[in-house]
Write a protein of this length. Structure first.
Length: 344
């Protein structure tokens, strides 16, 4: 079983990738999308989105990171992919799933799912442009307004060089509204054949969700997005559930104790805040912590109180003092999980 961390613009950036891979359970990450819009990007832009390129394309915990490109022009995307390949990425992923209006208005992301022929041209151009040993993968949704072209789009990716597909089991029109239609993924499997790795993605918040996704999609491998941000121990919990054999989803409680207790999460939150203060602009810092706490409220009762306290703060010094106070109030016996790279 492979568990991947999803690319999520403005959320799952290099700071959170570092923290979540320190906690453990993820086999690989994918960077936030790097938008290609007709020019050859300089090295500094790639490094801004993916600082891991300076560390062997791995997080500080040693987990590989694949770079994701988003664009609609085959020539431009291929030229940038060729340059990116010289910087040593673990692989190159192509975004055919972003539902954002600004992206779709310019022909990128999920809007590409309306044109399998252009998908074919783009994937083929990238595959030709980069060294043969470098993996080229793709992330797609089930379609744009509907699922009518999902098989053709998947075939266009695979037949032109994509070695792996991540399928977010919703259309662009579905956005992020539940449910995810995991049961549609086997239709894509049939279309592309058993030799291609397909990774299921979408609406995996709990261990039970993960097991049900595996059952309905037929996929062994999963990509975790908001679920891992809300529950940083989710990947560890999924691994623990299957380590002695895969249980049926209905045999697992919908809600289980967090694999990483709140007290053990606080040191990681401190590391996150330290990184944010070092690497992001001052006007972005408080918002990033609030954003994470807001999602953590889904999993931790303590995060609700924390969020209500922090949401009115803007001063970096006050937030730093608040974090120190939270840690000082925890029992001395609260252990912190050692950084783990399970599955590596």
């Amino acid at each position: 079983m492979q568990l991947l961390l999803a690319p999520m613009e403005g959320l799952l950036d290099f700071v959170l990738r570092d923290v979540l891979t320190r906690i453990g359970g993820a086999d690989r990450c994918v960077s936030e999308f790097i938008r290609i819009s007709g020019t050859l990007l300089p090295e500094r832009v790639f490094l801004r989105y993916m600082p891991e390129l300076a560390h062997g394309s791995r997080t500080l915990a040693g987990v590989p990171v694949r770079a994701q490109l988003l664009g609609s022009d085959p020539v431009s995307v291929a030229e940038n992919a060729a340059f990116l390949a010289t910087l040593g990425p673990e692989g190159i992923d192509l975004n055919f799933g972003c539902p954002a209006r600004t992206v779709n208005r310019h022909g990128g992301g999920a809007s590409m799912l309306q044109d399998p022929e252009n998908i074919a041209r783009l994937v083929a151009a990238v595959r030709r442009a980069v060294p043969a040993h470098l993996p080229v993968s793709a992330k797609m949704r089930l379609g744009f307004d509907d699922r009518g072209l999902m098989r053709e789009c998947a075939q266009a990716m695979v037949e032109n060089g994509a070695c792996e597909l991540v399928v977010h089991a919703r259309t662009k029109a579905d956005g992020y509204r539940p449910p995810a239609y995991w049961e549609q993924i086997p239709l894509i499997r049939t279309a592309v054949g058993p030799q291609i790795r397909i990774i299921a993605n979408g609406e995996i918040w709990t261990v039970q969700d993960a097991l049900r996704c595996r059952e309905q999609s037929g996929c062994t491998d999963l990509m975790l997005g908001r679920g891992s941000v809300a529950d940083p121990g989710l990947a560890l919990a999924i691994r623990a559930a299957v380590v002695h054999g895969v249980p049926a989803a209905d045999s697992v409680a919908p809600i289980q104790p967090a694999a990483v207790p709140w007290a053990a999460l606080l040191p990681h939150m401190q590391q996150f805040w330290d990184w944010v203060c070092q690497r992001l602009n001052p006007n972005q810092r408080a918002g990033r912590l609030k954003q994470w706490l807001n999602l953590l409220r889904r999993r931790y009762p303590e995060a609700e109180t924390a969020y209500q306290q922090v949401r009115v703060m803007t001063d970096q010094t006050l937030i730093t003092q608040w974090l120190a106070l939270q840690r000082s109030q925890q029992p001395m016996s609260a252990g912190v999980p050692a950084p783990a790279n399970l599955g590596q």
